[in-house]
Design a protein around this ligand. Sequence first.
Ligand code: PMT
Length: 397
Amino acid sequence: MTLQNKHILIGITGGIAAYKICTLIRDFKKSGAEVKVICTPNSLNFVTKLTLQNLSQNEVYIQEFDVKNWKPEHISLADWADIMLIAPATANTISKIAQGIADNLLTSVACAFSKKIIIAPAMNVNMWNNPSVQANLKTLHKRGIEYLPPENGFLACGYVAKGRLCSLEKIYNAVEEALNYSDSLKGKKVVITSGGTIEEIDPVRYISNYSSGKMGLALAKSAYDMGAEVVLISTKDFDCPFKLVKVKSALDMQKAVVEEYNSTDYIIMAAAVADYRIKNFSKQKIKKGLEETITLEFVKNPDILAELSNKKSENEIKPIIVGFCAESENLIENAREKIARKGCDYLVANDISRKDIGFGSDENEVTILNKNGEIKKLEKASKNVIAREILEWISTK
Ligand code: PMT
């Protein structure tokens, strides 16, 4: 991945974390990027124009009507940039952008910006928890603006709580990742499943598994960033700029996936689907009796992945069907057996016996297998990076 010759537009708003952005500008410049900075007037209480000008080696933009050529500044800056990063982003600026308010140069550029925007909020914990701020962030996220949540720690206002700017490394990586997406999925439809299915026992109890839905969400986000139309079929709720179909059980998931089958180019099954469900769902809460043990009877769930793969005939190219395989031992051996048995085009194997990857974690390490016996190992990385590498491999092979 590279930032060489990329145009990064940084918007700095009025928060104490503004001083940290000086280091970030230097890091971007060192990597060969061109950087321009827009400051809100309030941000200049925390950093000086001269510092930012020196570090970015460019003029610093503040006033909306400081027009130097025929094109208004907010349009020429928006046209110039490959990406816009707003860091730190205050509650005020987040809320204004969410409502389409364009009352200074930064918010006007954000309003006119049609490429990727990443925001890194930083504020007092009570401001962060304010329902209006949360609702506005949700709105932005739904529209495709990525935000990097603040972290817990010492806040300038004296609190030790959530609100401090996330690490500069996280911001740098997010910008680098966003600028290095290929558009190999442009015009394609990608259906992804995520989360653990919920098999109800009675109105208050169920069986499920530890899947958090993070891997599926990372795949969905990456596919979206690579230009695809995305449908995420998930047992978990997420705010996302693409279609989300919320499901509960394996049977619900099967119905939702089958509905998409004919119109999609890719189906990626990252969900952990229960192999069995309760045979007799009890409509009433099962009462505690005198028995020391009770027995629940299960019936087999459909194997959605195998059924979809069987449905696709030999000479059909579409949809490309990708399964995931969660193994706690003999990863490759079991994965080879599974891809042969289920008949999917690709199988992504991950070791779920490890605590640092797989279920619930933010990172993963996987091996992709295809039908011809080819294997590609992806070294441990964030689920976002793994997701992009999987999609790049299956969309260019
Ligand atoms: O959600 P996270 O916390 O981020 O964790 C990610 C993950 C570990 C859940 C994910 O990376 C993963 O491995 N998902 C597959 C889990 C699983 O169910 O593996 P399996 O080996 O039991 O099933 C193999 C494949 O068949 C899977 O694609 C599964 O979706 C599918 N399957 C399984 C059973 C069934 N009845 N129907 C299916 O379609």
